[in-house]
Ligand binder design. Structure first.
Ligand SMILES: Nc1ncnc2c1ncn2[C@@H]1O[C@H](COP(=O)(O)OP(=O)(O)OP(=O)(O)O)[C@@H](O)[C@H]1O
Length: 480
């Protein structure tokens, strides 16, 4: 079961985001995590649960004695009761352990986009043996599964002893069969279909290979990105065209902002750059090379830094969370990245400093603090390209100011793609692009063009476009 659970977990982790039953959010993560546990439990050896086996044992004991329970049987019954209570405790602990490993799997799988954005899925799987030394959730899974397997094995041994003591001899096989045949058949049907699901998931292969392909040496990497004639539909909705002959160039070391109506495809552009998906037609180029010919691990792990609206942190220390961006980073590099992200001061104000352990998904930090740890995590790999997908839109004004300062520092000297909701985030942009119906419809230089944008969109009487309303409010303030 341990190997099967871990293989299934690995398979989910390295699998493409784009499949129908992908788990790109927490809910899907929970489902996938419980799938790892329940299917594996039901499949290989879950046909006889502890309570069933206990009942069977008792029935067998009583019937094999032909209802004649005498005083001689009392010590045996006492021993049985003692072992029974021990087994109940063991069973409860085993269940708690299963819940714990499911929680760990849920954290990793619910955060799969982050794991993928840092190209950590293969590393996680390869290094799964070293889980003792790394408390990052995906590795922890193997450890927790191992523990729960051990507990379940102990439980199984205990049950076997218990059943032996309660005289389940071969002579009661027939009776046993008659009593439990109906329950067994139901369990077997569940076990068979769970097993089929496990093997279906295990046989899936990612369509975008994680490794292989070229790399551009760091010093010759300029960081120019071209989206050439891109058309794209999500595999789950092939008829729904999101990008339609989309063209955009991100010049090296420039900041390009994309604004546009909600659902217009802005985040999809970022997802194509990260190669979470491949375009239906057209090509995304990095320094003139089709990104499909480049090593995906290198692209995600070293070239592109991705910061989104709701950063996902792991239930590990701040140090480990930042180091997730570059596992081999020294402590000094972690501190440096935190300083660049405006995070060093608040981290060192905690009693445990960088060793402060965050709650599940980083819940023990405020939104602005989480975002700054996420920025440090992205900066530690010194990416040539930064993608900021509405990185400050979930923050209040004060946190936004602090995070924006960090971002202004972080974006220097890099090619930056900003998916923007607020004017404040695009003030530093060299170019502002407006997207509509899957295409860029306006490209303006920043500063003066913000007024023009407002004029254009007011005159077109665009409805329900929060972005533009917001731009209008901000710009009016500036004009005033
Ligand atoms: N994984 C997915 N599968 C299918 N459709 C999707 C998926 N992700 C996004 N879409 C759809 O693609 C379209 C574009 O989504 P996208 O997130 O790129 O828009 P956006 O411009 O970033 O929107 P917002 O400003 O609200 O974040 C939407 O209609 C959305 O429903």
């Amino acid at each position: 079961m341990k190997t099967l659970s871990t293989s299934l977990f690995t398979s989910f982790l390295v699998f493409n985001i784009c499949r129908n039953f992908s788990f790109t959010n927490a809910t899907h993560g929970v489902r996938a995590a419980s799938c790892c546990q329940t299917n594996c439990c039901h499949g290989p050896h879950g046909n006889f649960s502890f309570p069933q086996r206990t009942k069977i044992g008792i029935c067998n004991f009583v019937f094999s004695k032909k209802h004649e329970v005498s005083a001689h049987d009392l010590p045996l019954l006492g021993a049985g009761a003692l072992i029974g209570s021990f087994l109940r405790r063991l069973s409860r602990l085993a269940q708690e352990q299963v819940a714990k490993s499911t929680g760990v799997a849920d954290e990793a799988l619910g955060n799969v986009r982050t794991v993928k954005a840092f190209a950590m899925e293969e590393r996680e799987c390869v290094q799964i043996k070293f889980f003792h030394f790394h408390h990052v959730s995906p590795r922890l899974y193997a450890y927790e599964v191992e523990k729960s397997c051990e507990m379940n094995e102990n439980l199984g041994t205990g049950i076997a002893v218990f059943q032996g003591l309660s005289n389940i001899a071969l002579n009661s096989c027939c009776l046993w069969f008659a009593l439990v045949a109906s329950t067994c058949s139901l369990q077997m049907v569940r076990g068979t279909s769970a097993g089929a699901r496990v093997f279906e998931y295990l046989s899936l292969k990612p369509t975008i290979p994680l490794s292989g392909g070229g790399r551009i040496p760091y010093h010759s990497l300029a960081g120019r990105v071209d989206f050439l004639n891109i058309s794209f539909s999500y595999p789950t909705r092939p008829g729904h065209i999101i990008l339609d002959r989309f063209n955009l160039t991100l010049p090296p070391s420039k900041t390009i902002a994309i604004v546009g109506e909600s659902g217009g495809g802005k985040s999809t552009v970022a997802a194509l750059l990260e190669r979470f998906y491949d375009p239906t037609s057209g090509v995304v180029m990095l320094d003139g090379l089709d990104i499909r010919t480049l090593d995906l691990c290198w692209l995600r792990g070293q070239v592109i830094g991705f910061i989104n609206q709701e950063p996902v942190l792991f239930g590990a220390s701040i140090m480990e969370n930042i180091r997730f961006g570059k596992p081999e980073a020294t402590d000094a590099e972690v501190f440096e990245a935190a300083k660049q992200a405006n995070a060093h001061r608040f981290i060192t104000s905690f009693p445990d400093g960088y060793n402060t352990v965050l709650g599940e998904r980083g819940v023990t930090l405020s939104g602005g603090q989480k975002q700054r740890v996420a920025i440090a995590r992205a900066l530690i790999k010194n990416p040539s390209i930064l993608v900021l997908d509405e990185a400050t839109s979930a923050l209040d004004a004060e946190s936004e100011r602090v995070v924006q300062e960090a971002l202004d520092l972080a974006t220097r000297g890099r090619t930056v793609l900003i998916i923007a909701h607020r004017l404040s985030t695009i003030q530093a942009a060299d170019l502002i692009c407006v997207m509509s119906n899957g295409r860029i419809i306006e490209v303006s230089l920043a500063e003066c063009s913000q007024h023009e944008l407002v004029k254009k969109f007011s005159s077109k009487k665009q409805k329900n476009i929060e972005h533009f309303i917001e731009i209008q409010i901000y710009t009016n303030t500036y004009i005033a």
